[in-house]
Design a protein around this ligand. Sequence first.
Ligand code: FAD
Length: 477
Amino acid sequence: MPETAIWWVRQDLRLADNPALSEAGRDGRPVLAVHVLDEAAAGAWAWGGAQRWWLHHGLAALAADLARLGAQLVLRRGDAATHLATLAALLGGATIHAAAAYEPWARRQEQAVAARAPLHLHRARTLTDPERVRTGAGGPYGVYSPFMRAVRAGLVDVPPLPAPARLVAAPTVASDRLEQWGLLPTAPDWAGGLSASWTPGEAGGQARLADFLAASAAGYAAGRDLPGVAATSRLSAFLQWGHLSARQVWHAAQAADLPAGARDKFLNELLWREFSIHLLWHHPHLPDRPLRPAFAAMPWRRDDAALAAWQAGRTGIPLVDAGMRELWQTGWMHNRVRMITASFLVKHLLLDWRDGQAWFWDTLVDADLAANAASWQWVAGCGADAAPYFRIFNPALQGAKFDADGAYVRRFVPELARLPDRWLHAPWLASPMELHAAGVRLGASYPAPLIGLDAGRARALAALKTIGQAAGVGADG
Ligand code: FAD
């Protein structure tokens, strides 16, 4: 019998298109699948609450899928290098196959494992190799568009690998029980909205992808900015946990019968994911400090009450509150609203982008170190290819433009539902009679704005000026 190999299950919770699993099981080699919960290694970036919920269900789904092929999913908690080296030795020097990571802590973890056991890393989480994509001058990219063009020029649409038809099981070894890990919330159980919104697992991801391509992808280019319309794929968490590979999604979108504009727009969004990963790879401090050094001196305010109001969706700005409540209830938020809620935090409230990043980390089911950090830095104006610092979204104008019929705000801020469209995104402009007719009492049934939009904008620009960043003033978006 050929020697056993270990599939170290990381954020690649799938059987299909999984080079680490395929290689481990090559030529009928017995495979031991092992997932290690190593929270100490992740440090400050250990899984947040919503991710823990997803991980629990994602592992349960994978264990069931493996069981159908006759294999076991072994769960271990603690130092990954110690567990993997012990198991490899137990199996007579087994080789470990795993998906290569891009998070700095996970790259250090790989080095620790490789120092103690034979480790083969496979590129299973990305379309591109973040190390290899280089500018003409040989450096990493700092701007999205040339990165995107370079990647698209070189990317070959490789058909994904099939799931193994069968696996030869390795000898059974001791495993934790998933329930022992306590990944699910206990009292209060805040995860009801997550369960209603998502089906973690490979089958759930495949179903979401098929549904998106059949039902909404054709309208992606036109609808992707409208939070009240289900026009985007909602694949981010499935990609983040590796229930789907980026290659599978890319290939399926290429093969689907879609208008070229919609397909292109969607594929370019997938490349924003690659670009974020590229940035984190080359700037491991991306989640911790601004890429633009001038922003280290930014006079961020400390205001715990304002931060708590933002987190709870009680800022008095309807579109911001709708977004923050969507996040809390479902573990996901529409991309345009992510930009608007983030901009409101760092600009109007003048609170540090790292506070917003931390809240998203804890509450998003798709929280990803690269995309989260790169996007927060982009919004704050301190990142690579950042939004111009003077671009301060006006959430009332954004609401009137992208949620014109108010469907989104009415869903998540029902206490404003009876306001006419005209006032829905700026209730402070409505007359007392109009508010009364809609059953709204500002400051009682719904908060008065934490800050006036003009005053917040002026304060942000003044703060930016102190760090030499406010030479020009653009129009509100
Ligand atoms: P679609 O529009 O269907 O896009 C398809 C896929 O492309 C997504 O699933 C995602 O993998 C990728 N993608 C799309 N837009 C972006 C983007 N701007 N940056 C990187 N990848 C992108 N995305 C995360 O996956 N994890 C995060 O932690 C995260 N944090 C964010 C924080 C802020 C402040 C902002 C403004 C954006 C953040 N994003 C994050 C990016 C984006 O909002 C989500 O990827 C997107 O909303 C997911 O919805 P979807 O799957 O329907 O996207």
